[in-house]
Design a protein around this ligand. Sequence first.
Ligand code: ZN
Length: 340
Amino acid sequence: MSSSTFIWPIIGHQSIQMYLQKCIKSGKIFHAYIFAGSEGLGKTTVARLFFQTLACKLFNPTIASFPCNTCKVCQQMQSGSHPDLYWLAPVHSPFLLLDDIQSLRSRLSKRAFFSGITFVGIEKAHLLTPEASSALLKLIEEPVTRLCCIFLTSAYAALPETLRSRTHVIFFHPVSQSLISDSLRDRCSHKQALELAQESFGRPGFALQALATPELRKNLHTLVAHFLKVLHTKKLAARLTMLEALFFRGISTQHTRARFQEICEVWSFVLRDIFFVKLDQKKYLRFPTFVEQYNNFAAQITSRHLLQMMQDTIRITQAMKTNITPQLLLEQFFLQHSFS
Ligand SMILES: [Zn+2]
């Protein structure tokens, strides 16, 4: 085994980094991996670095630190223009269809151009249709070229069993708040780093995105404020009107559903925050900016009622996967619960 060192600017996931670097050092690369875990944990960043490092090491076997970030291969891997790199993601449809696999099929029928390995990343692999998944498995298991394929997913359980059982699975877990805030300290104020780390809830990708796009955080805070306001409004009709104002008009059903799920997730976190305020455990809050309002609500509601509301948001999130009018589910929630 060589004594190569690795320079991977990744926040957290130490054991995963060490494991993948060991694979690279020993040359024991699996033909297919699944990277599973919530959005924003850093799965894509790790996959891209893994591919880049492998390609750089194959191109420059004698240098000491990988990836060098300066060679032609590194530059092409970073820009996505490397001829042996292929990323697949749902673009024209909410699903990854058999048609999407066809271009990959023709690409994999040729040998790798430069690296000796063809790198394939499949984003949102849980959106593969059963036909596309079978076609992909066949391609991977009967390759013309040496292949390293990474399936990325935030819904591991939704992947077909055939895929799960024939790939090497790596689970990504939330990263500690202190690691996230430390990594942000040279990019923003100490206070902002702490807040972003807390709001990211273990997802470094979210913290970095929120830092680069303040609008993202602002929108999230608007949803929190709105939820608290609706809960506090006495008249039922006014509450339902406020609820209606949350949703965009004239967008596709798929986007509407995604919006409902985002709203439901925020509600769950707000209720969880209020519960922790009741327990006097403020360090666990996802949205510490709202602590004053939380204090106010925590004084008005019993733990039992709060738990019931939390259970209902989980039930709604589950029901949204099959219900054709998710707005009805949210309205029902407000008909049952209020803080006023
Ligand atoms: Zn390089």
